[in-house]
Design a protein around this ligand. Sequence first.
Ligand code: HEM
Length: 225
Amino acid sequence: MMDLLLFGIFPYVAVSLAVGVGIYRYFIDRYSWSSQSSQFLESRALFWGSVPWHYPILIILLAHFLAFLFPTGWGELLGRPLRLYLLEVTGLALAVWAFIGLVILMARRVGSRRVSAVTTVIDWLVLLILLLQVATGIYIAFTLRWGSLWYLHTATPWLWSLLTFNPQVQTMAVLPLFVKLHAVNAFLLVALFPFSRLVHVVSIPVTYLGRPLQVVIWNRQRDGR
Ligand code: HEM
């Protein structure tokens, strides 16, 4: 019953909240749809935390998605021991790097009085849940070898079953506690997404790429004088 609740129902609740509240917030309070940058309050620790956090975690998430979207290709890629070791070692190194970046970002929120003043309860909650996500990921990668392969026979079918609205929780139900925690915690992050600074993830300013570097808008008549 608990497994059905956690792996068959909770993911839908989380995604519905993320989409529903996310759209509502976008239209009702669009100004808040950002990371609420605190760079002008402190930028040094932000750089040393933000770079090691964002690059590794994005690569790790990409690997999670590739294994989910292309399980056959992923299985073939890791079919040779050398490639498997290389991917696992790289994943682990990136994860430790992301963990350190996140700890620096958290320390910055404690260490700088100005940044601490603009940090809310939800910010702390999200940071702690992210820390738990990365910590459990590292623990799994370290203790339950070879996760990048058994993911294909456990997480991938479960995630596809959710996507096709036919939740099959058996493959997750038999996994060790830390893997369950890692999976449920990921959907907890999805649920918190629209209530937090995480919304900036989908507000990447892609239009900036094709835009002139600077747009000057005159607010007085240009009559040649
Ligand atoms: C917010 C979403 C998620 C984040 C940020 C995240 C983060 C991480 C991190 C940092 C690692 C360690 C990387 C490594 O050593 O390769 C990891 C590993 C892992 N994650 Fe996630 N994860 C997320 C969602 C999920 C979900 C939904 C599942 C499905 C059950 C999952 C299953 C795994 C497995 C099986 C491993 C071990 C991989 C290995 O041993 O190489 N993750 N995750």
